[in-house]
Each structure stands twice: as C-alpha cells, then as structure tokens.
Design a protein around this ligand. Structure first.
Ligand SMILES: [Zn+2]
Length: 159
C-alpha cells in the first residue's frame, strides 16, 4: 500500500539531513505525516476487507462450504492452515475439494462467519494500525504477524 501519506513520510525521512537546523519543525512534520498514515491505514482496511458471505449447503451429514477458496485468498493466508484452524475450532474433520471445503457434520453459516472474524482478529488485522496487509512469520516457537503498512510485529494467536 503506497499512498500519499506514505510518500510524504518517506520524503520527510529523506529531508531530515537538510533540516538539521530546524529539528522542531522536522519533528512536527514527521509526527503529522505519521498520524495521517495511521489514519489512512485504518480507513482503507475498513473499506478493503469486505468478505463475502460463506455459502453453505448440507449434503447428508456433511457441510459443503462452497466459496471457501475466496477466504484464504482475500486474507492472504494458506488455505490448508485456515481450514485446520476452522476444523479444530468446530471440533470436526475437514478437507479441501477445489474451491470448496467439506466439513463433517452439519455446521451453519453463522459459525463460519464468526470463525473467520476471529481468525482475522487473531492473525490478520494489525492491532496497531488496523491494516489487513500483514503476513505471518515464525521465529523460534512464536508466530508473529508483521504489518506491511506500519511495520509493527505482533504475536499472532493463530497457527
Ligand atoms: Zn500496522
């Protein structure tokens, strides 16, 4: 995500060397650019992460999550890992079948929506600036969420 605030922020960092004679002015500009950048990141995340409704049908004792593949794609997470997370939370077995995911047992759409919301909160949305532009990084035994908008590293509560 490169927007005007980010460009200004980078510009100011570069300008620092020429502004040694007016450090206060520089600090003031820098903090204003940073505030603008954070605000922008929050606003854009709210707009951009519009997820579709899970489409769910039941076939016998199975639940077919028909548009499953869209979710890991939008969240930029591994499809198998997200599936494992949901299967564990729902205490059942699940598998991927093309674009669909198949869960054993009858699960309703609301359960999937709630799980996806929780997954986003615990492992996708940066807790510092609210941006969904994050990736996971494993270091020793901990999993970190690294924000591509503000650079924050936070502990992710998902595997
Ligand atoms: Zn962030």
């Amino acid at each position: 995500m490169l927007n005007l605030w980010q460009i200004l922020f980078e510009e100011l960092k570069y300008l620092k060397r020429f502004m040694i004679n007016m450090p206060e002015k520089y600090q003031d500009l820098l903090s204003r650019a940073r505030a603008g950048l954070e605000k922008e990141a929050k606003k854009s995340s709210a707009m951009r992460l519009e997820l579709p409704e899970p489409e769910v049908i039941w076939v016998g004792n199975k639940t077919i999550f028909r548009n499953y593949a869209e979710f890991p794609k939008l969240l930029r997470r591994d499809a198998n890992r997200l599936l494992m997370y949901m299967a564990k939370e729902l205490a059942t077995a699940a598998s991927i079948d093309g674009e669909r995911a198949i869960f054993i047992g009858r699960k309703d759409r609301e359960s999937f929506s709630q799980l996806i919301q929780r997954y986003m909160k615990d492992g996708v949305i940066c807790p510092v600036c609210g941006s969904p532009d994050t990736h996971l990084e494993r270091s020793n035994r901990l999993q970190f969420m690294v924000c591509e908008a503000c650079g924050a590293r936070s502990i992710a509560k998902v595997v």
